[in-house]
Design a protein around this ligand. Structure first.
Ligand code: FAD
Length: 317
């Protein structure tokens, strides 16, 4: 990276951001600044698969969001964990390696989204995947993301056998051509440790001279100047200019503290012709609330279905 000039700024070093920053900087001519609000992933529990029992409620590595009281859930606030650390939520999640359903990708393509059919996305899955079972037409064997098998257990085997007796087929691979069935899923682990995107992608990339990773750097504002190319972001970095390259300057801790996070305003509240405006994505918050309510409703419906008890009544009040 030449002085304080970078080609890209990636905000958030989570599942997506860490991969994007690492892939972009494979080209030594491309320079990237990666901003992460959380810290380094030094906490041991981020690397031990069952550590999520600890990190799920650890505010040092977790945003610990809660929804607003949700009318569809009897006024409850729904807990909404998200990773706040290098690796993002991939450092605290449930490690289950199951791709989207083939039919869903194909449906997206049918709706007109080029590049999103299953055959289109499959090479990217394979490129990412380092499956202990090795590579084949559906899997990658030498990608950076470790994918491993769970050990079989007599209780699990008894459950699977019971499901099979009930007519559900055993499925040895939920990322195979057929996703229906009962069996063990695979985990995003390698040799017993979690394969977060920080481990899988940034460990190798972090020593590149064209990648600068800044932790403890929460981007707080995106300023639009109405011409769509101007983009300013305030974090530990102040970006002064954005066109083909980005010029930035490190802010002091004192300057960071003085940033006023409450100066956000929904994008649709901008006056026409306004030249520089801080915006917040109100739609994102709204969609998150709806998802929480929907997930809870589905869980209750499933509970009712399995137990025969009618648990739907409180939700509708
Ligand atoms: C409890 C839980 C369990 C899950 N289990 C599974 C599972 O088993 N299998 C599976 O496939 N998926 C699972 N998921 C879902 C999956 O982990 C997420 O969908 C995925 O990690 C999201 O990736 P992302 O890149 O969108 O966001 P994240 O990985 O959350 O990354 C966002 C990053 O941006 C940073 N950030 C946010 N705002 C700013 C800012 N303003 N400035 C700078 N940095 C910022 C955050 O700190 C974070 O590091 C689970 C999710 C949760 C919450």
């Amino acid at each position: 990276m030449e002085g304080d000039i970078a080609h890209y700024i990636v905000v958030g070093a989570g599942s997506a951001g860490a991969v994007i920053a690492a892939r972009l900087t494979e080209d030594p001519k491309v320079s990237v600044v990666l901003l992460e609000a959380g810290g380094r992933d030094r906490n041991l529990w981020l690397h031990i698969p069952l550590g999520y029992g600890k990190t799920m409620t650890d505010a040092r590595v977790n945003w610990m969001y809660k929804t607003e009281p949700e009318p569809n859930c009897a006024g409850r606030e729904i807990f909404w964990p998200r990773g706040k650390v290098l690796g993002g939520t991939s450092a605290i999640n449930g490690l289950v390696y199951i791709r989207g359903q083939v039919e869903d990708f194909d449906h997206w393509r049918q709706l007109g989204n080029e590049g999103w059919s299953f055959e289109d996305v499959l090479p990217h899955f394979k490129r990412a995947e380092g499956n202990v079972r090795g590579g084949d037409d559906l899997h990658g064997g030498d990608g950076p993301l470790g994918v491993s098998d769970l050990e079989s257990h007599p209780l699990c085997e008894a459950f699977i056998a019971g499901a099979q007796e009930a007519g559900i087929p055993r499925n040895p691979d939920f990322n195979g051509r057929i996703q229906e069935g009962v069996g063990y899923f695979q985990l995003t682990t390698r040799r017993g440790f979690r394969s977060s995107t920080s481990v899988a992608y940034l460990r190798k990339a972090r020593s590149r001279p064209n990648l600068r990773i800044v932790t403890g750097a929460q981007a707080t504002r995106v300023l639009l100047d109405g011409k769509t190319i101007a983009f300013e972001m305030v974090a530990k970095l102040e970006v002064r200019n954005y066109s083909a390259a980005v010029e930035f300057q490190l802010l002091s801790d004192e300057e960071c503290k003085s940033i006023n996070l409450s100066r956000t305003k929904p994008i649709d509240a901008m006056a026409e012709g306004e030249t520089a405006q801080t915006v917040c994505l109100a739609d994102v918050a709204e969609a998150a609330k709806k998802t929480a309510a929907w997930n809870t409703r589905r869980a209750v419906e499933l509970f009712s279905f399995v137990t025969g008890l009618n648990a739907a009544v409180p939700l509708d009040r």
